[in-house]
Design a binder for this molecule. Structure first.
Ligand code: NAD
Length: 263
């Protein structure tokens, strides 16, 4: 049967780097990229957890489809090594998913030392690491026929929660970085978008008691529930498809209708 459309939704032959890929949305994104045919570089802090994700992909699709790196994304030199080894082992680099992130409480009234520690750690991981990885990857993305960058921001770049000023500022920074790079890299055919997830069941939210999550979702989320990591990964991976060739600079909300709910 001949397809009637022109653009490809296949990721066969593409290579992606996913940070924070040992847990939550990063892991779901790595698995979905692999399911759609891409080879994946799995980046996270803990070697054993990285190995588990790499092993799962290799068991399903073969040894040549995944590589792992136990790396702190704050280490700029290590990010360069991740890029170099990914290209050397997997053959190319077409897709960068900046997803590794942390959420630290940073009340404006806390002590100078506490506030500064939370602020600087948050900015280093949630924002600075994103641009460092992109800069290391750029020479390869420029050679791709469909270079794709997806940055994971948050609904906290649109709405706000008390005591999360560092997190909210970092995620707003990600949205700004995304728009600026989309304009700068458009001439190279590279698209740059960001995802704004709402409340999702991941490592980041696992300490919140189920009852509190349910109460929050009933009050604030149109779909009356937390989202699952793969529901976000489906949007992230869609943005990576060759067919997704005219969307760039966008902040795409994946929040079950949280930010649009008024009552
Ligand atoms: P998660 O805790 O399950 O996964 C985050 C991963 O990032 C972890 O595996 C962690 O080890 C890794 N990581 C943290 N710091 C790192 C570092 N310095 N170097 C390398 N890896 C590091 O949480 P998640 O919810 O899947 O988070 C993924 C992204 O989604 C984050 O950017 C987060 O801010 C964002 N987000 C989460 C939610 C939510 O409700 N869960 C909502 C909006 C946005």
């Amino acid at each position: 049967m001949t397809r009637l459309s022109k653009l490809s939704r296949s990721l066969v032959g593409k290579t992606a780097i996913v940070t924070g890929a040992a847990s939550g949305m990063g892991r779901a994104t790595a698995f979905l990229l692999a399911d759609e045919g891409a080879s994946v570089a799995v980046v996270d802090l803990d070697q054993a957890k990285v190995n588990a994700v790499v092993q799962a992909i290799q068991n399903e699709y073969g040894a040549q489809r995944a590589i792992g790196f136990a790396v702190d994304v704050r280490d700029t030199e290590q990010l360069q090594t991740v890029v170099d080894k990914t290209v050397a082992v997997l053959g190319s680099l077409d897709i960068v998913i900046n997803n590794a992130g942390i959420s630290l409480s940073s009340p404006a009234t806390s002590s100078n030392d506490d506030f500064l520690a939370a602020w600087e750690t948050t900015m280093a991981i949630n924002l600075s690491a994103y641009i460092h990885l992109i800069r290391a990857a750029l020479p390869h993305l420029k050679q791709s026929s469909s270079g794709r960058i997806v940055n994971v921001a948050s609904t906290e770049s649109i709405v706000a929660t008390p005591t999360l000023s560092a997190y909210s500022a970092s995620k707003s920074g990600v949205a700004g970085l995304t728009r600026s790079l989309a304009v700068e890299l458009g001439k190279d055919g590279i698209t740059v978008n960001c995802i704004c997830p709402g409340p999702i069941n991941t490592g980041m939210t696992e300490a919140i008691p189920a009852e509190m999550k349910s109460k929050y979702a009933q009050r604030h989320v149109a779909l009356r529930r937390y989202g699952e990591p793969e529901e976000v990964a489906q949007m992230t991976v869609s943005l990576c498809m060759p067919a997704m060739s005219f969307v760039t600079g966008a902040s795409i909300v994946v929040d079950g209708g949280m930010t649009i709910r008024h009552t």
